[in-house]
Design a protein around this ligand. Structure first.
Ligand code: NAP
Length: 309
């Protein structure tokens, strides 16, 4: 990676980062976007996006993100890969430490997004990759004609349950309350699907298996307190996400859940550093709101740089 002074470094290549990159590179600011692994963020694990405007009938998540990336590169956005480890404030210059190397920028936009939350029960870690998964889109096809379960009651759980019906013989949704949090249209599809059964007011106590992989889970009814085993070959955990900002805990203000705190214009507690998308504390986490955030952060970054000229 070069040691030039970039106008902007964007950390993270999901919808918020790519939108910020589109705006700043189109504004002729020299912009480097650093991504840890795969461009596109969480949308890459979504089979069909139905609520992003402009795509009647829905659009495949990876296809949408490929379009975002191509669009940015039309305006000269530079993309590089590496793990950002730290951010150092040197006033008008910020240092972004990537895999031990120091990159320089006049301002920084953080769009690192979020990652799936873990259940934290016995057996979860042991059987991850051998029955336990955090991504139905990625792993669903390995579970043909066997019973599987999703834990969670949000949009992700609902969408993944519907996706898994393509492969599994039976899909249980295990939810800790007596109503789902998922949007109405997804709920209607779930209740109408013959392969899906919702197990209400229930949590998972542990994941059980042997050397061949997971075999069952131990369920606990939260109302009666009774426990019972449920035979399963796969367990998909969809209980929400945690923001990827822990590496910034020493330098930026975060909330108790680890989100970066910003003002409505995406400014963080460090002058010249902005945050956009799921990593920042906000009400609604959608592709559309990540895009909105990315645009706001980019415009605010541009204004910050202009004020210094
Ligand atoms: P979410 O909306 O936060 O839902 C998490 C679900 O997991 C909730 O039902 C919650 O139960 C349950 N849960 C949390 N911790 C748990 C635990 N320890 N044990 C058991 N269950 C637990 O998360 P999400 O579904 O991943 O969605 C994240 C965001 O992305 C949301 O804003 C969502 O709308 C958005 N999203 C949107 C779409 C779409 O629009 N197409 C698709 C996917 C995600 P409670 O209900 O009891 O709290």
């Amino acid at each position: 990676m070069s040691q030039e002074l970039h106008d902007v470094i964007i950390i993270g290549g999901g919808p918020a980062g790519l939108t910020a990159g589109l705006y700043t590179s189109r504004a002729k600011l020299s912009t480097l976007l650093v991504e840890r692994m795969i461009m596109g963020g969480q949308v890459m694990t979504t089979t069909k996006v139905e609520n992003y405007p402009g795509f009647p009938g829905g659009v495949d998540g990876p296809d949408l993100m490929m379009r975002f990336q191509e669009h940015c590169q039309e305006f000269g956005l530079q993309i590089d890969y590496g793990e950002v480890e730290n951010l150092i404030d040197r006033g008008d210059e910020k240092i972004v430490v990537v895999d031990g190397k120091e990159l320089r920028a006049r301002c920084v936009i953080i769009t690192t997004g979020a990652e799936p939350r873990k259940l934290g029960v016995d057996g979860e870690q042991e059987f991850t990759g051998r029955g336990v998964s955090y991504c139905a889109t990625c792993d669903g096809a390995f579970f043909r004609d066997v019973p599987v379960a999703i834990i969670g009651g949000g949009d992700t759980a609902a969408e993944e349950a519907l996706f898994l019906t393509r492969f599994a013989s039976k899909v249980y949704i295990i939810h800790r309350r007596d109503q789902l949090r998922a949007t109405k249209i997804l709920q209607e599809r779930i209740f109408a699907h013959e392969k899906i059964e919702v197990i209400w007011n229930t949590e998972i106590d542990r994941v059980v298996g042997d050397s061949s992989g997971m075999q069952s889970v131990e369920l606990k009814d939260r109302v009666s307190g009774e426990t019972r085993p449920l035979e399963l070959q796969g367990l998909f955990v969809a209980i929400g996400v945690t923001p990827k900002a822990h590496f910034l805990a020493e330098v930026l203000e975060l909330d108790d859940d680890g989100h970066i705190l910003t003002d409505p214009e995406c400014r963080t507690s460090m002058d010249g550093v902005f945050a956009a998308g799921d990593v920042r504390k906000k009400i609604l986490k959608q592709i559309a709101t990540a895009v909105g955030d990315g645009a706001v952060a980019a415009i605010m970054a541009e204004k910050y740089l202009m004020d210094r000229e």
